[in-house]
Ligand binder design. Structure first.
Ligand code: E4P
Length: 238
């Protein structure tokens, strides 16, 4: 059953990648609302440690100031995460500090939120984790869908639980500048994951570029286009 009907905003697509060409291409389609990166995605494009901040800046420049760009801290203690978060936040005003759901991460989230720095709490799998992230002041919470499916569990059901549980309450007092918390359906493996996330009322789906392309196309669209073009040729030759 759809829940959380008091949405202030519409469902959005983020791109889950560190690949600049993919981001440029997706941004040119006119429907991109943000980017999420993680250490794996950065390693996948051959990213170097000393170029990380510059790379995040390049992403911010491509998508513009209205699109949040999540950059992940790999620090393991609250003080280090806070230090990392402050540095990441200096890159651009639209940088969101991505922090794993763990005790040190929660503590760092509280500190950064109190300083007005938005946090995307990642590697979130359960409702209690999501509630703790919300109470700690996370601006975004990222429940992972596909990784549940990878271990033969129902990732969409888990996402649904998180969306409904968070939607039951008003957490605006806890977040940066009283902004509304947004749930990012993450670890998306298919267009159907996007469909189901939207039906549940998730605020955002962050998708790999390959899945975004699949979201655009459908065999019936291709077939319809082909027949329209053929028929238009007949009109031209009539
Ligand atoms: C979320 O922001 C993560 O970057 C991402 O969705 C993880 O997805 P994966 O399970 O495909 O690695």
């Amino acid at each position: 059953m759809p829940v959380n009907l008091k949405k202030e905003d519409n469902v959005k697509f983020f791109l889950d990648t560190a690949d600049l060409a993919e981001i440029e291409e997706a941004a040119s389609w006119g429907a991109l609302a943000g980017v999420t990166t993680n250490p794996t995605l950065y390693a996948r494009i051959g990213g170097k440690l000393d170029d990380f901040h510059n790379h995040i800046k390049r992403i911010c420049d491509i998508v513009g100031p209205d699109c949040p760009v999540s950059a992940e801290s790999v620090a393991m203690t609250r003080d280090e995460i806070v230090r990392d978060g402050r540095e990441l936040a200096k890159i651009a005003p639209n940088v969101v500090v991505k922090i794993p759901t763990m005790v040190e991460g929660l503590a760092a989230t509280r500190q950064l939120a109190d300083e007005g720095i938005p946090v995307n709490m990642t590697l979130c799998f359960t409702v209690p984790q999501a509630i703790l992230a919300a109470r700690a002041g996370a601006r975004y919470i990222s429940p992972f869908v596909g990784r549940f499916d990878d271990i033969s569990e129902d990732g969409l059901a888990q996402l649904d639980d998180v969306v409904r549980a968070i939607g039951n309450y008003d957490f605006t007092a806890d977040t940066v500048n009283g902004e509304q918390i947004e749930i990012i359906a993450a670890s998306i493996r298919s267009a159907n994951h996007v469909t189901q996330a939207a039906l549940m009322g998730a605020d955002i789906a962050t998708v790999p570029f390959g899945i975004l392309k699949k979201c655009v196309s459908h065999p019936l669209t291709d077939r319809g286009l082909e027949s329209f073009l053929k028929d238009w040729e007949k009109v031209q030759n009539a």
